[in-house]
Design a protein around this ligand. Structure first.
Ligand SMILES: [Zn+2]
Length: 345
């Protein structure tokens, strides 16, 4: 089935200040996600305007310094300040510099935190591929142990809120790891839509990689196991999507897949910092851990930039995003892909 990249373009007409009453217009592009039918919108002029990039990390650095003494995730505190497991063969899982332990205020029956560096504060460009790789691998080991304990918790969420504008309440870098009995909203929509798409005889995710490769405008890097694409209709700003070819679940990831992903992720984080973003959300969208649905669904990760943590920043979740679930996007995916390509290993 051909993938349709649908868009609607409208013009907004008005007279800008100091134009002597002359009318001008700006184009607004509504884009529909080809899989789910979800819409987003962008103002093409605004998306293309040159941005003043200045990231001042001094305020967040000072905040981090003040919070250091009471940080529960720093090496000297972590064994005293964090909860322990009661049903797993360990109290906390320790792998190298990584610690996995229960979230003190869980959103799921199984909700853990993975601290992946001993360093209390790191800017986005200081976080290394090795640190993230070790953090993801330790999280996956924990999730496999959960699966043995509670096979019904088959929807694994592996996510990262980096810095407070992305929802992190503790500055010390950490991942969030959950195992649920039901898929979270957008994951459920994607799995259902992928299954529906496959009734025509092919896999949406395989088709998407193929068509983006042919068109070239949003393909960032087509790696051995992971294809990096700038989403046609993003959920968030500067959204990159990493699709794991032929794998439907986090439970089926090999260490080499994790390594390839983390190296690519460094390209995205380096680009974000250069583009003026130091905060991000990352989430894996994983099919059920106990079955292979790669016939119609591929595991993928979405990464979106969030506002930088200046003392007074403008949040990027306004009424359209929060209450209408219709993101307003600040750059065209095609321009994003062109920029990201330069950062990919
Ligand atoms: Zn700390």
């Amino acid at each position: 089935m051909p993938i349709e990249f649908r868009k609607i373009v409208v013009s907004s007409r008005f007279s800008p200040p100091d134009s002597g009453g002359a009318e001008s217009s700006q184009e607004i592009e509504y884009r529909m996600d080809p899989l789910t039918g979800r819409w987003c919108r962008l103002n093409v002029v605004r998306a293309r305007r040159p941005r003043q990039v200045s990231v001042d990390t001094s305020a967040i650095g000072e905040l981090a310094e003040r919070a250091r003494a009471s940080c529960p995730f720093c090496p000297e505190a972590i064994e005293k300040s964090t909860p322990t497991y009661t049903q797993l063969p360990y109290k906390r899982l320790k792998r190298g510099d990584c610690w996995v332990f229960p979230n003190l205020f869980p959103f799921s029956k199984h909700h853990s935190v993975t601290v992946f560096t001993r360093e209390h504060f790191k800017t986005l460009d200081q976080i290394t591929a090795d640190e993230l790789m070790n953090g993801l691998n330790a999280s996956l080991e924990y999730l496999r142990d959960v699966a043995a304990l509670d096979p019904a918790a088959r929807y694994w969420l592996l996510c990262w809120n980096n810095q407070p504008p992305a929802g992190a309440s503790i500055l010390h870098p950490h991942l969030q790891v959950l195992a649920d009995e039901k898929p979270a909203n957008t994951l459920q929509q994607e799995i259902e839509a992928s299954e529906k798409y496959s009734r025509e005889g092919s896999c949406y995710w395989g088709d998407l990689i193929e068509v983006e490769e042919e068109r070239g405008e949003r393909m960032v890097k087509h790696g051995e196991r992971v294809a990096w694409i700038a989403s046609y209709a993003p959920l968030g700003n500067r959204e990159a999507i990493a699709i794991f070819k032929g794998i439907s679940s986090l439970s089926r990831l090999a260490p080499s897949d994790v390594e390839e992903f983390c190296k690519g992720l460094m390209g995205v984080t380096r680009y974000y910092v250069d583009a003026g973003f130091t905060s991000l959300n990352l989430a894996f969208y994983s099919g059920p851990s106990d079955s292979d649905i790669s016939k119609y669904f591929y595991l993928h990760a979405r990464i979106v930039a969030r506002p930088s943590p200046t003392p007074i920043y403008v949040n990027d979740d306004g009424f359209l995003e929060k209450l209408f679930l219709e993101p307003v996007i600040d750059a065209t995916p095609e321009d994003l892909a062109a920029s990201l390509r330069k950062y990919m290993p």
